[in-house]
Design a protein around this ligand. Structure first.
Ligand code: SAH
Length: 511
């Protein structure tokens, strides 16, 4: 029998991916099996190794995608196969959500387990809505209760009379559809009808919504607004503090749904900036990096690495894949020999420097022609062996201009890009379900590959998407599809893109 694996019941936090714990992140990054719920931010799934088996246990109200008993069994079976199982649960694993039952099942089956607490929505959703759950002046305790007792329960386990008397803050998870009944019970037991109440929906995420009222009128308000689950209900005087402490919903891009098309390193930088400004980001990868068709050329090039005078890199991916093969063959960086190193683009150069490799040459402009010119300055490359480590299918311009300078060029494919067809972070599904305000493009190739995945002209028309282009080349790629960007960034970089979105949001807010 194989060694038993461990099951980790990990709190994924309330929605904002940044609220996952360090321990949680570490465990996800080495999971063999990852089982997650509907309320888990799917962006966290991308932290798992590509080889991990990712299973959706989607639980919502009474519709269970995998029945609880089957799910418990699944955790046991996978652990018995010796796998590291991460059971990712929304918020904190022991705050409702049946985490305790799962742990008990593991204990019975004698499977080693660990609990990794998480930031619960009970505390975090109010905090992101500007509601502190305690305050020295009014509320020195809080109670968290379920608004959704098991439907088969004959008698309530909640002492409503006691609760109505208690001056502390009351926080209700689940049961948005039962709020009317709950308020009536509290009123009947003497809670003042003027007591402030707020419901926070999809708290801590870019689609957070808050509705405010009183114990007396909140039920009618949520009905009128068709306010739906998942939401946290907060009852108590602390709710009134929101008037001063509401920070998250005041961010300039709050409420904007922005698609960041990921074909470049820049994408994560853009996402991070926009998230800070409050936008809800859907990162949609349109290409995927895979292995080249043939490994022999790269192996040969690495074995003969000292025969090259220059190594040339044109992308951070090229550097990463080169490093992978290099350290497979050698365990000493000095084996690289005395060759010099050229990098096209600052991101490529940065990746080389991260490996403690100095970049000898970096052209001023990011074009093949500029690189050739720069080599000339470095004494030329006539009769020198030059090795280009890059993607399997890449432009012929660079090797051509090096040939013209008299170099003996080896073009080595260290990786290959293929169209992305999977939806690992669930962003495509969310785009289809909830739509988007903006689609952002930071390169002409991202326009092309996004169009390959979604028929861009058709979808833009159908969904009324606004298009943001980083600059003229990207705009030209849109023009080819008979599309016009709503805005072209100025300057043509990430700063310009962020500024364009802020300006547009400011204009619509002022309308
Ligand atoms: N273990 C979870 C709670 C699971 S019960 C935790 O600690 O947060 C599921 C309920 O949690 C939902 O019905 C809703 O009331 C609440 N919830 C979870 N995430 C939420 C979010 N982002 N915004 C508002 N409510 C949320």
């Amino acid at each position: 029998m194989s060694k038993l694996g461990t099951v980790y019941l990990v709190g994924a936090g309330p929605g904002d991916a940044g609220l996952l714990t360090l321990r949680g992140a570490e465990l996800i990054s080495r999971a063999d099996v990852l089982v997650y719920d509907a309320l888990v931010n799917p962006d966290l799934l991308t932290m798992a190794p590509a080889s991990a088996e990712v299973i959706y246990a989607g639980k919502r109200a009474n519709a269970h995608a995998i029945p609880q008993e089957e799910l418990n069994q699944l955790l046991v079976t996978k652990a018995r196969q010796g796998k590291t199982v991460v059971r990712l649960k929304g918020g904190d694993p022991y705050v409702f959500g049946r985490g305790a039952e799962e742990a008990e099942e593991l204990a019975t089956a004698k499977i080693p387990f660990e609990i990794v607490p998480g930031v619960t929505s009970a505390v975090a959703a109010p905090a992101y809505a500007g509601i502190p759950i305690t305050h020295r002046d009014c509320c020195s305790s809080f109670t968290v209760l379920t608004g959704h007792e098991r439907p088969d329960k004959a008698e309530s386990s909640i002492d409503w009379a006691q609760l109505a008397r208690d001056p502390g803050t009351k926080i209700i998870l689940m049961g948005v559809e039962r709020i009317g009944g709950i308020m009536e019970k509290l009123l009947a037991h003497g809670l003042a009808s003027k007591t402030p109440v707020a419901l926070v929906r999809w708290g801590t995420t870019g689609r957070q919504q808050t509705i405010e009222g009183t114990v007396g009128d909140i039920a009618e308000k949520i009905q009128r607004a068709n306010f739906q689950a998942p939401a946290v209900t907060v009852i108590g005087d602390v709710v009134s503090r929101r008037a001063r402490l509401n920070w998250f919903e005041k961010r300039p891009l709050f409420g904007q749904r922005v698609v960041v098309t990921r074909t470049r390193q820049q994408a994560s930088q853009l996402s991070a900036r926009l998230r800070e400004l409050g936008a809800a980001i859907l990162e949609i990868p349109t290409i995927r990096i895979t292995e080249p068709n043939d490994f022999n050329p790269v192996k040969d090039a690495i074995v003969g690495i000292t025969s090259y005078s220059w190594l040339v890199f044109t992308s951070p991916n090229g550097v990463d894949h080169f490093a992978h093969w290099f350290f497979k063959a050698y365990d000493d960086i000095r084996s690289i020999g005395a060759c010099r190193i050229a990098a096209v683009g600052p991101a490529t150069a940065a990746r080389l420097r991260a490996l403690h490799l100095q970049v000898d040459l970096q052209p001023e402009e990011f074009t093949a022609a500029a690189l050739a010119k720069a080599f000339k300055k470095h004494g030329g490359v006539e009769n020198l062996n030059v090795c280009l480590f890059r993607a399997q299918v890449a432009s012929a311009e660079l090797p051509q201009s090096l040939h013209e300078l008299g170099a003996i060029v080896d073009e080595i494919a260290v990786y290959k890009t293929v169209p992305e067809t999977e939806d690992r972070n669930g962003a495509v599904a969310r785009l289809q379900e909830d739509g988007a305000d903006w689609i952002t493009f930071a390169s002409a190739s991202s326009v092309e590959s996004f169009h390959n995945r979604f028929d861009l002209p058709k979808a833009t028309k159908e969904h009324g998407w606004r298009l943001l282009s980083i600059g003229p080349e990207t705009t030209a790629a849109l023009t080819k599809l008979k599309l016009k960007p709503t805005v072209e960034a100025k300057p043509h970089n990430i700063d310009g893109m962020v500024a364009a979105l802020l300006k547009s949001a400011g204009q619509s807010a002022g309308r």
